[in-house]
Design a protein around this ligand. Structure first.
Ligand code: FE2
Length: 342
C-alpha cells in the first residue's frame, strides 16, 4: 500500500522561509526519492563504449598531452545517466582507459581508493606494486590495492592501453580520497607471485615458511584464466570464475569483485537480477546484450555497464570472453547483496 506523501508546495510560504532560515527541511516530500518502494531507483543508465571509437581519441591524447602533463593519461568512461565528465561508470565504479607510450613512465603514487587494470592492448607495459614488477599482457588483471605504492612503465614498441577500474566514487562520497606522490620504485629482480608462489590452483607457500601479505598475488595472467574457463566450459555451458585472493579465498579487493566468463558461440546467458551494479569488459568475442530492454552490440575490447537490478540477457555471436566488474563485495560487507529470480 502506497500513501501519497505531502509536498513542499502544500506548506505555507512563511513556514518554508522559517525552515530555510533555521537550516532544516521536511523529510516527507523527499522521502520516496531516498527510500523508493520495492527496489532502488538507479541514476545509472546502461552505457557502452566501443573501443574502435575511443581508441583514436586516446592515441590523439598521446600526441596532445605528454605523460608528464597528465601523470595518468586517461579518458574517463562516464555513465550516460550522469553525463559526460562524471567520474562514475556506475554509482560505485569508476572506469577509465589509460594510454602509455613506449619509453614512458607514470610516476609512483599511493592512494586510498583501490584500482584494477585490465590490459586491453599492447605488449611491454608493466606495473610495479610495492617493488614487485607485474608484466601487463592482454587480458591480465593487475591489482593496485588502496595503500600500495604503484607506478607504470613501458618497455615495448607499440602503445599500451588498459582499462582502470576503481572504487573511487565510494572514496569521494566518503570524502576519503587522496594520493601521495613519490619516486619510481626499485624493482625486485624476480617474477611476480603468479609465476612463483601461486602457480597452481590449490597450492600456496607453506604456512610455516612465510607470513602472507594482505594482497599476496597482484597479477592474474589472462592465459591461466582463459585455460581455466575453457576447461570448465568444455563440460557444460557458460563458465564463470571469480578472481579471488589465493590465501583467503575472498574477493581480490574489499569493495570490487571481478568475474571472468566464457560463452560459446550462439550461447545465451540470463543471469538473475542482482543488487550489484556491473561493468562488462569484452576481452575477446562479439555479441549483443539487452540491458533493461536496451540493445548493446559489443565487439572485442568494448566496455558496457548495467545498473543495479538490471535485467540482462547476453547473446554471444562468437565464442566470447568477458570480465564482469561489480560491487558485490562491498554490498556483501554492508549486508544487503541480493539476487532475484527473474
Ligand atoms: Fe594510481
Amino acid at each position: 500500500m502506497s500513501t501519497q506523501l505531502g509536498t513542499l508546495e502544500e506548506l505555507p510560504a512563511d513556514y518554508r522561509r522559517a525552515m530555510d532560515e533555521a537550516g532544516v527541511a521536511p523529510l516527507w516530500p523527499m522521502m520516496r526519492n531516498v527510500l523508493p518502494h520495492g527496489a532502488p531507483n538507479p541514476v545509472t543508465k546502461p552505457s557502452h563504449w566501443a573501443y574502435e571509437a575511443v581508441r583514436p581519441l586516446l592515441i590523439r591524447a598521446g600526441e596532445l598531452t605528454p605523460v608528464e602533463k597528465a601523470e595518468r593519461r586517461v579518458l574517463v568512461l562516464s555513465d550516460q545517466g550522469r553525463g559526460v565528465g562524471a567520474m562514475q561508470a556506475t554509482a560505485s565504479i569508476y572506469l577509465g582507459l589509460q594510454l602509455l607510450l613506449p619509453g614512458e613512465t607514470a610516476p609512483a603514487h599511493v592512494h586510498t581508493p583501490s584500482a584494477v587494470r585490465i590490459v586491453v592492448e599492447g605488449q611491454g607495459g608493466y606495473t610495479v606494486v610495492d617493488g614487485e614488477k607485474l608484466p601487463m599482457e592482454e587480458g591480465d588483471l593487475v591489482l593496485t590495492p588502496g595503500g600500495e605504492w604503484h607506478d607504470h612503465g613501458h618497455e615495448g614498441t607499440e602503445p599500451v592501453v588498459w582499462l582502470d577500474a576503481l572504487d573511487l566514487p565510494v572514496f569521494v562520497y566518503l570524502e576519503g580520497s587522496y594520493a601521495t606522490e613519490g619516486p619510481l620504485q626499485p624493482q625486485r629482480n624476480r617474477p611476480d607471485a603468479s609465476e612463483v608462489e601461486y602457480r597452481a590452483a590449490g597450492l600456496a607457500p607453506s604456512r610455516s615458511a612465510m607470513r602472507a601479505r594482505r594482497y599476496p598475488m597482484m597479477r592474474y595472467p589472462w592465459a591461466k584464466t582463459e585455460a581455466a574457463l575453457r576447461a570448465m566450459a568444455a563440460h557444460g555451458e557458460s563458465a564463470e570464475l571469480d578472481f579471488i585472493n589465493p590465501e583467503t579465498g575472498e574477493d581480490v579487493l574489499p569493495t570490487m569483485g571481478f568475474t571472468a566468463m566464457m560463452m560459446h558461440a550462439g550461447e545465451v546467458a540470463k543471469p538473475p537480477l542482482r543488487s550489484a551494479s556491473s561493468a562488462f569488459h569484452v576481452v575477446q568475442g562479439r555479441g549483443h546484450s539487452r540491458i533493461n530492454g536496451e540493445k548493446i552490440e559489443w565487439g572485442p575490447k568494448d566496455t558496457f555497464t548495467a545498473p543495479v537490478f538490471a535485467q540482462i540477457d547476453h547473446y554471444a555471436e562468437e565464442e566470447s570472453f568477458l570480465i564482469r566488474i561489480h560491487d558485490r563485495p562491498l554490498q556483501d560487507k554492508l549486508g544487503y547483496y541480493e539476487e532475484r529470480v527473474r
